[in-house]
Design a protein around this ligand. Structure first.
Ligand code: CP
Ligand code: NVA
Length: 361
């Protein structure tokens, strides 16, 4: 739900603020300062997270392994050559056995049904690390990045909360309790409603944007090639409609139309993992879909538009000028994979116990 996502994002922001001084102490930590800093949540202390990855990964894997360490626990990387999952043992049996030894499962799978099956039979929480249909942890990082850069979009600063006169500090400089108004791990900055254009393939990353961004007040304009196979599958579109997101989504086969008025332009690879055999046909079908300065100028994007991409990136979908240029938010976006995955592990695995799923209550 939206409040749960907001909690995850605020927790990611706090975990980042707490962890960065530990990880990157400028010039080493002087002992006094070290004492003043708090360790981030140690909710994974003595716990293990099984990472079942049947596809490659750089960001998701590194984010998950380093997050588990920071939360005081451990992640076990189990690639498709390492374990029996779906090869010499059913997904159902592996879920029960792995879930009997670990406190959480983070799974990157082929067909989405595999992660559903894991969740059905695992005695511990299962988090989707990417499937054929969805990539939920990516969209958490995207939202966090947009909020952290809200000043680039001209988001007005929130109004200061009204404090009645009789409750206002009386200006006693020596009264410490009156000075404690600064919050060290303040919430993520607010963000004005944006127009977000997606130019590319209707794949897992876009699908999670479709069911999330409109619920946060953003409009989406999507361009995919004309062939129907590049439209969102029914399972995704049904969910979009169920959540009432469809009214805020415009879909076209024209990249120029999609970027009209866009504050943010996003794309993803044209050839997702597992689609390598279709590469030749896809390159033909996506002709004209490369994100460039010219495309966005001619299409009439907001002159200050920013660029996002989940990575890994190929030049075909976005040129170097945009990708490495001043509009690009791609590396902060990649960094935020860590804090958002850490937040998910903290909430869903670290603070969950066998007596009841406290997180969802
Ligand atoms: N964006 C993303 O999921 O990257 P990896 O495939 O490298 O994990
Ligand atoms: N759509 C891409 C995302 C990679 C992070 C894929 O599934 O390969």
């Amino acid at each position: 739900t939206v409040p749960q996502i907001k909690r995850l994002l605020n927790n990611a922001h706090a975990l980042k603020n707490q962890s960065v001084p530990w990880l990157y102490p400028a010039g080493g930590l002087p002992p006094k300062r070290a004492k003043a800093l708090r360790l981030p949540s140690q909710s994974l202390f003595n716990k293990s997270v099984a990472m079942l990855f049947s596809k490659r990964s750089t960001r998701t894997r590194v984010a998950a392994e380093t997050s588990a360490t920071l939360l005081g626990g451990r992640a076990l990387f189990l690639g498709k050559e390492d374990i029996q999952l779906g090869v010499n043992e059913t997904v159902r049996d592996s879920a029960r056995v792995i879930g009997g030894m670990c406190q959480g499962i983070f799974a990157r799978v082929g067909d989405h049904s595999e992660v559903e099956e894991l969740a059905k039979y695992s005695p511990v929480p299962v988090v989707n690390a990417l499937s054929s249909l969805w990539h939920p942890t990516q969209i958490l990082a995207d939202l966090m990045t947009l909020h952290q850069h809200s000043q680039l979009f001209g988001t007005p600063a929130p109004e200061a909360p009204h404090v009645p006169e009789h409750e206002q500090p009386q200006g006693n400089k020596h009264n410490k309790s009156l000075q404690k108004t600064k919050r060290p791990h303040a919430e993520l900055p607010p963000l004005r409603p944006l127009t977000i254009a997606y130019v590319g393939d209707s794949a897992n990353v876009l699908h999670d944007m479709l069911v999330t961004f409109p619920r946060f007040g953003h409009k989406m304009r999507v361009a995919t090639p004309a062939d129907k196979k590049y439209r969102a599958p029914d399972a995704v579109w049904d969910r979009v409609v169920e959540l009432g997101c469809d009214k805020d989504i415009m879909w076209t086969d024209s990249p120029h139309k999609a970027v009209e008025g866009a504050d943010v332009v996003v794309t993803d690879t044209w050839i997702s993992m597992g689609q390598e055999a279709e590469a030749e046909q896809r390159y033909k079908d996506f002709a004209g879909f490369q994100v460039t300065e010219e495309l966005c100028r001619v299409g009439g994007a907001n002159p200050d538009w920013k660029f996002m991409h989940c990575l890994p990136r190929k030049q075909s979908e976005v040129d170097d000028e945009v990708f490495y240029g001043p509009r690009s938010l791609v590396f902060p976006e990649a960094d935020n994979r860590k804090w958002t995955i850490m937040s998910v592990f903290d909430a869903v695995i670290g603070k969950w116990d066998l007596d009841g799923d406290r997180w969802s209550k």
